[in-house]
Design a protein around this ligand. Sequence first.
Ligand SMILES: C[S@@+](CC[C@H](N)C(=O)[O-])C[C@H]1O[C@@H](n2cnc3c(N)ncnc32)[C@H](O)[C@@H]1O
Length: 250
Amino acid sequence: MSGQVKSSVLGAAPEGASDPESAGRAVREMFTSIAPRYDLLNHVLSLNVDRWWWWKTARTFNSILHRPDACVLDLCCGTGDMTFALRRQAGKPATILGADFSHAMLLRASGKSGGRSLRWVEADALRLPFPDQQFDLLTTAFGFRNLADYDRGLREIVRVLRPGGECGILDFGEPRGLMGKLYRVYFKHVLPAVGTVVSGVKGPYAYLPASVERFPSPDEMLLRMRGAGFGEVSWKPYTFGIAGLYRGKK
Ligand SMILES: C[S@@+](CC[C@H](N)C(=O)[O-])C[C@H]1O[C@@H](n2cnc3c(N)ncnc32)[C@H](O)[C@@H]1O
């Protein structure tokens, strides 16, 4: 890919970005440009398996979600589907917030809220506008991979979690074996073509497979999580490793 981020920082590198600041801006503009078609494309391109991944992630944290005083942040919430999955699992008193830096994505989330008690916050995951130790649980679904600096993102997550608080990072992986080969044909060729036609925007659906290729392997990601201050780190593959859930405890 030409024009990638050249600094030693590891993070998303959309085409044309030259440093973490311009990478962040390019990612925000990209998601803003596809916001109107994001949900439709998500469900079509994942054959609706995404709903199961969000549900499974939310269910993993059932015990926290049922604490009466639970305070939960869904980071990079986009149009809110992970946030809604958390709301459905949680007990009524739990406070749940969704945060994203694309105003257009948040508008869609808020429009879909339909009376559910949720709060939406426009915020950059690398500079969260929350005090230290505010949350019992922080989730992020298919958003973390888009951060311009993964280590900084992890440190921000650790900062806003209470001691004993947990984090769940759901993101794409690269399945191995025959399944991996078949999936790569779909992910690198079919998905960008369909995504481009339906969204009417060229860049984002070519960026998606490139960003997954660039993302650290599960072993490296777990090392980075430990380095940021997480204990009890783990990775659980979903659907042959097409996606997977990273967990860590502060
Ligand atoms: C692929 S979407 C995922 C949305 C949603 N979580 C889901 O599962 O459908 C990634 C989201 O991450 C957001 N995002 C990327 N980088 C961000 C950052 N630095 N701060 C806040 N949001 C960010 C984008 O705006 C986008 O809405």
